[in-house]
Design a protein around this ligand. Structure first.
Ligand code: PLP
Length: 368
């Protein structure tokens, strides 16, 4: 039987990519915000409905650039139920991650638990739209306004998500999107920050180019985080196929729901009402007492049959030794419980109904 991995990067037709990169041979502009980079920025503004887009070599560098705006030692309230990058970007900019628990339905930061973590050192809230589920952004916005905090969203999972006619990119002060190969939209490696301040675009352009605004002198302590023209060209191609990719993902996700929702001991994350999803991930919660098997046992059973689901997110970033040795770690019991039960099932555009059925059969048989 063919192996099935948790993700499979989308690829445009080879011909389309070859056509897209032809002009790079003609102009020899390979990196440093060339024509492909600029065109991609324009397309992203349109697609995400945002006034400013700052492109980076990857999503993590974009996040670091965003957190570089705050004074060292400041506190940022964030979620431990996320990919390593969110917490790392905060800590590596010299800020202190303060971990807030998540709510059990959509796994996003619990706004009811944010205010009690605010101190005079708090400068920002850094929520994550986990699996493409939108955070409770109305409540987060209220808290941020009341306490004069910035909101920096990690929207790495949420490219193409809309709340009615509001793009996910228009929430908060800044949102970061990752264009890593495994994401719904990708440039192989890449990422961006979206916001509404032209001044910030200048700062971020300098940040990704050694801190130089004019190409001669560094005025801020930046880094090298430029996107190559080849990566931007991949993005231009992939963007043309985005809606088709999302609708194929949707078919696979719907089949999972048909097969797994309502099964005793299994929880499939609910769909968010009024939200246009991007079907980025297929998280399944295994409740060991009711299902009769643990998440780890289900994952092992799948792996033995060549299906590689992923314990994503496990462990919590707040349990990473590098942080437990350095910071006071807050208790987040809901996040801890979900991290022990969650399993991301394979989901990508080309996953067929037969593939999904095979995966579901193995999961359902494993309870016996
Ligand atoms: C992928 C991801 C990132 C980092 O993005 P890269 O482009 O891989 O650097 C950050 N946060 C989350 C939640 C992610 O899934």
């Amino acid at each position: 039987m063919e192996k099935i991995n948790v993700v499979r990067p989308s690829m445009p037709p080879l011909k389309e990519y070859m056509e897209e990169i032809k002009s790079i041979w003609e102009n020899r502009w390979l990196t440093n915000a060339g024509p492909k980079h600029q065109k991609l920025a324009q397309e992203l503004k349109r697609c995400l409905d945002v006034p400013e887009v700052s492109i980076f070599s990857n999503g993590h560098q974009a996040l670091e650039a965003a957190f570089s705006m705050f004074p060292v030692g400041s506190e940022v309230i964030t979620t431990p139920f996320t990919f390593a990058s969110t917490t790392l970007a905060i800590a590596s900019r010299g800020l202190v991650p303060v971990f807030c628990d998540i709510e059990p339905d959509f796994y996003t930061i619990d706004p009811e638990k944010i205010e009690m973590l605010i101190t005079e050192k708090t400068v920002a809230i850094a929520p994550v739209h986990v699996y493409g589920n939108l955070c409770s952004w109305h409540k987060i916005q209220e808290i941020a306004q009341k306490h004069h905090l910035k909101v920096i969203y990690d929207a790495a999972h949420a490219f193409g998500v809309w709340d009615g006619d509001k793009s996910v990119g228009s929430l908060g002060d800044i949102s970061m999107f990752s264009f890593h190969a495994t994401k719904v939209f990708h440039t192989i490696e890449g990422g961006c920050l979206v916001h509404n301040q032209p001044e910030l675009s200048k700062r971020f352009a300098a940040w990704r180019q050694f801190g130089m605004f004019d190409g001669e002198e560094a005025e801020i302590l930046g880094t090298n985080a430029k996107l190559t023209e080849f990566a931007a060209a991949m993005g231009l191609c992939n963007l043309r196929h985005l809606e088709e990719q999302i609708s194929m993902r949707r078919s696979a996700a719907c089949r999972y729901r048909e097969r797994l929702s309502g099964q005793v001991g299994l929880v499939i994350c609910k769909e968010q009402v009024g939200i246009k999803s991007n079907y980025a991930y297929m998280p399944l919660q295994v409740l060991p007492k009711r299902f009769g098997k643990s998440r780890d046992e289900v994952a092992d059973r799948l792996a033995k049959r060549g299906i590689f689901a992923r314990k994503y997110f496990y462990p919590l970033t707040s349990a990473f030794p590098v942080y437990t040795e350095r910071f006071i770690i807050q208790n987040t019991p809901v996040a801890a419980e979900i991290a022990a039960q969650i399993l991301c099932l394979p989901l990508y555009a080309e996953l067929t109904k037969a593939d999904v059925d095979r995966i579901c059969d193995i999961i359902l048989e494993s309870s016996i």
